[in-house]
Design a protein. Structure first.
Length: 185
């Protein structure tokens, strides 16, 4: 039996482009994204605070480790904070050799010390940043570490925790727990 079979061939038309609705949707989405995202990449606002936070966190941990590896009790392992309109931070000395006890307990920043332990003169002010250092409710000018790694300040022992804020367009914070744990908070 021979039948007339009609074969249906589905001929698909190749798609030649996008529809007008798809094009308009993509253009609107790109416009919204450019308004929200592009300003973030145009300047360093908000980023410099976090860069300084990371450097300061590293410097605090470095000073703390140095204090824990040195059993001499007459040396001061600390970072000094200038919280004025020209903020800076750094150690009082780069040398912890014998005979340098008084220099290690100084009250001014040694700008000849390693750059990973301090800020450069005018660096934070140029980025329009401020520093705040608090031991509980009181302002502090330095954080020092004992041989066991616990913090001390000029106003206390960080018993309720110390907080360092790097303030610009955003605020990046570092916390120092009373036991000595240093972390970004």
């Amino acid at each position: 039996m021979t039948g007339n079979h009609v074969q249906h061939v589905n001929v698909l038309k190749p798609q030649l482009g996008f529809t007008l609705v798809e094009l308009i949707t993509v253009i609107i989405l790109l416009g919204i994204m450019s308004i929200a995202v592009v300003p973030r990449f145009m300047g360093s606002s908000g980023y410099s605070e976090y860069a300084v936070q990371k450097r300061l966190l590293s410097a605090l941990r470095n000073i703390q480790l140095k204090s824990m590896h040195d059993t001499r009790s007459d040396y001061c392992y600390k970072l000094i904070f200038d919280t004025s309109t020209n903020p800076e931070f750094g150690p009082p000395t780069a040398s912890f050799l014998s005979g340098q006890q008084s220099a290690s307990c100084g009250t001014t920043i040694d700008y000849t010390s390693s750059s990973y332990l301090r800020s450069d003169l005018g660096e934070l002010a140029n980025d329009k940043l401020l520093l705040q250092v608090n031991d509980g409710a009181s302002s502090a000018t330095f954080i020092q570490f004992t041989n066991s790694g616990t913090p001390l300040t000029d106003v206390g022992t960080c018993s309720s925790g110390c907080e360092i804020s790097v303030i610009g367009e955003d605020a990046a914070k570092i916390c120092v727990a009373s036991e000595g744990y240093v972390y970004a908070c």
